[in-house]
Every structure is written in structure tokens, then in C-alpha cells.
Design a protein around this ligand. Structure first.
Ligand SMILES: [Zn+2]
Ligand SMILES: [Zn+2]
Length: 340
């Protein structure tokens, strides 16, 4: 598609008085959003190493890693069981994912939006979730929770179960090196982040093609002001494509822990990044949550298709770093009514 024929989207939420970043009067996150040191040019090896270590120790990555280890050790059916496709063990995986997604996403929602435990501290947008006829059941929360817990968890579980089965049945070989502890740790953290980001960028870019956008991806974009339940609130056809990232592991052999880690990263993973709060605070403990980069995508549509961890948007010219200068530059590449 030529540069000057970018897809048209339905009218987007615009502040009446011009560009004010994403904050619109609430929390002002630090900008510009930087490209990770790992992708700096000229190379900065030491900074890249520090970035990689910090990524592995990122609180949500560590949390999903612990959860994946617990599931792998005690709750995953044996390889002998998963060698044949049986409804009962697949239903078990579905039920476990229902619990994991329900507790993590529902817990974040309860803390930030029901209890409003931190008020609007670190909140990107001062508004709270809305109602209206554009939403299924007339409310943003009910709409988003419905698509997450029905189609979202179902597609997540089917792809996860089929991937375990592919290995257990011998369809995909798992060489010895795939179980090397260093390989497992790197693949479960950085490997999952990069596979997920590259796959997400590609499928997300594709579903912004207008005919597909209108019929499929518009459901996710009902939410210019996302909440935790928005993370995987998608049309079933988007779930079919979004969770197909599991298929990477049908050609790139990995340990079962990496498959579980991918399930955590793709399932409940988008909840904190869509939470609408830059940070979540529980007592004296505080962790990064909301992702300004993706929040800008929900607000301005044709920027930031991927994630910051792998700056494909920088390489393709759609990187919005949150500054007014970047906004003006991107706006210049599109018709005046696309971005204000
Ligand atoms: Zn989103
Ligand atoms: Zn989108």
C-alpha cells in the first residue's frame, strides 16, 4: 500500500484543543519513548547487556515465569497423556487458563477500577470506562470481559493444547539442547518477548488493512481508553490470528516451560499493558504496568503497531515516541484529519 493511502478509520477520540499526548490532562509519562539499547546503532554492547538483564528481571516477566514453573511442575498433564488429543485434558487446560486470566485480569480490574485503590495516580486518561451502544451488553467492561473470557481463553487454550500435543505425539522433535537450562531461561524470557513482538507486529499490521479492520479489529479499537479487560478483547477471527504465534514453536523447538510462558505472555500478558495506568501500586510495592506506546496506538490508530521491545515501528516509520515533534512528523505523512 502506498504511503499516502493509509487506511481510513472511524472517527477517533480527539481532544478538542489539539494534541496533548495521551495524558490529556492526567498523568504525564516521561517521553520520548526510547529504542532499547539492544537495537542501538552504533552498537552499545554494555548498555544492551544491561537492557537484556533488566528485561529478564522485569516484574511481570518474573511473575509469569514463576507461574509457568508452577503449572509445568504440578498442573500440566504428562507427555504420555497429551500424546493423544482427548477432550478431558484439553478442557483442563482451558479451565486453568480461565482461572489464570480471570484472576490476573479481574484482579487488576478490581484493584484499579472497582476499588480504585490508587485513585487516578499514574492514570493516562482522566476518564473512567464508558457505556454505550457500540459495546456488547452496552458497557465497555462487560464487552471486554465477555470477549476475553469466551473466545479469548478458548483460542489461547486450543493453540496451547495443540502445541503440547505436537511435541508429545512426536510430530515435532525436541532436541536435547532445547532442555538446556540456559537455553530454557533465555527462550522463556527474551525469546518469548521477541517471538511475541515480531508476530504481533506482523498480524496487527495486517488487520489494520481497512476491510479486515472494519469487520474484525474494530472490536478491539472500541476502546480508545483501554482497561485490563481490553488486553485480549478481540473478535474471534483476531484471536485466531493473534494466538497463531504458538505455531512458531512448531518449527523452533522449545521446552514445555517456554510454551507455558508464551501462553502467559499472550493471555493475561496484555492486561497490565492495557491497564490505563503507567504503574500499579499495592501498599508500598509498585510495578510498571501500562504501556504508553500501545496506549498511543489506541488513541491514534496508525502508529505503534508493535511493542517497544523490538522497534519494528522505528524501522518502518510508524514509531510515535509520545512527543509533539514525533506527532507533527507522523501527521505530516497522513491526511490532516487522521491525527489532530
Ligand atoms: Zn490494544
Ligand atoms: Zn490496532
Amino acid at each position: 500500500m502506498p504511503e499516502n493511502q493509509l487506511p481510513e478509520h472511524p472517527p477517533i477520540e480527539q481532544p478538542a484543543d489539539g494534541y496533548r499526548g495521551v495524558a490529556n490532562g492526567a498523568y504525564e509519562p516521561p517521553v520520548p519513548i526510547e529504542v532499547p539499547a539492544l537495537f542501538a546503532w552504533p552498537p552499545r554492547p554494555l548498555a544492551a547487556l544491561v537492557w537484556a538483564v533488566r528485561m529478564i528481571l522485569y516484574p511481570w516477566i518474573l511473575f509469569y515465569l514463576v507461574l509457568s514453573i508452577l503449572i509445568w511442575r504440578w498442573f500440566l498433564p504428562s507427555e504420555a497423556t497429551m500424546a493423544t488429543l482427548q477432550p478431558w485434558w484439553i478442557a483442563g487446560i482451558w479451565f486453568r487458563n480461565l482461572l489464570v486470566v480471570g484472576l490476573i485480569v479481574g484482579g487488576l480490574h478490581w484493584w484499579l477500577y472497582v476499588r480504585r485503590a490508587q485513585g487516578d495516580d499514574f492514570k493516562f486518561n482522566p476518564r473512567w470506562p464508558g457505556t454505550g451502544s457500540k459495546f456488547t451488553f452496552g458497557s465497555q467492561i462487560r464487552d471486554n470481559a465477555f470477549w476475553t473470557m469466551t473466545s479469548g481463553v478458548a483460542f489461547l487454550s486450543i493453540y496451547e493444547a495443540l502445541t503440547h500435543w505436537a511435541y508429545a505425539s512426536g510430530l515435532v522433535a525436541r532436541p536435547g539442547w532445547a532442555a538446556n537450562p540456559v537455553v530454557v531461561l533465555l527462550m522463556a524470557t527474551l525469546g518469548v518477548v521477541f517471538v511475541s513482538t515480531a508476530h504481533f507486529w506482523a498480524n496487527h499490521r495486517l488487520i489494520h488493512w481497512v476491510p479486515v479492520y472494519r469487520r474484525v479489529h474494530a472490536l478491539h479499537h472500541r476502546n480508545p481508553n483501554p482497561t485490563p479487560w481490553t488486553g485480549i478483547s478481540m473478535h474471534p477471527l483476531e484471536h485466531l490470528v493473534y494466538f497463531s504465534g504458538f505455531l512458531v514453536f512448531w518449527v523452533l523447538p522449545v521446552h514445555p516451560l517456554v510454551i507455558l510462558m508464551f501462553a502467559m505472555y499472550e493471555g493475561p500478558g496484555p492486561a497490565p499493558s492495557h491497564s490505563g495506568f503507567a504503574r500499579v501500586r499495592i501498599g508500598r510495592w509498585e510495578a510498571p504496568a501500562g504501556d504508553l506506546f500501545h496506549q498511543l496506538h489506541h488513541r491514534y490508530f496508525e502508529v505503534n503497531y508493535g511493542n517497544t521491545q523490538m522497534p519494528i515501528d522505528r524501522w518502518t516509520g510508524t514509531w510515535h515516541d509520545g512527543t509533539k515533534a514525533a506527532h507533527q512528523q507522523l501527521k505530516g505523512r497522513r491526511r490532516a484529519d487522521q491525527l489532530d
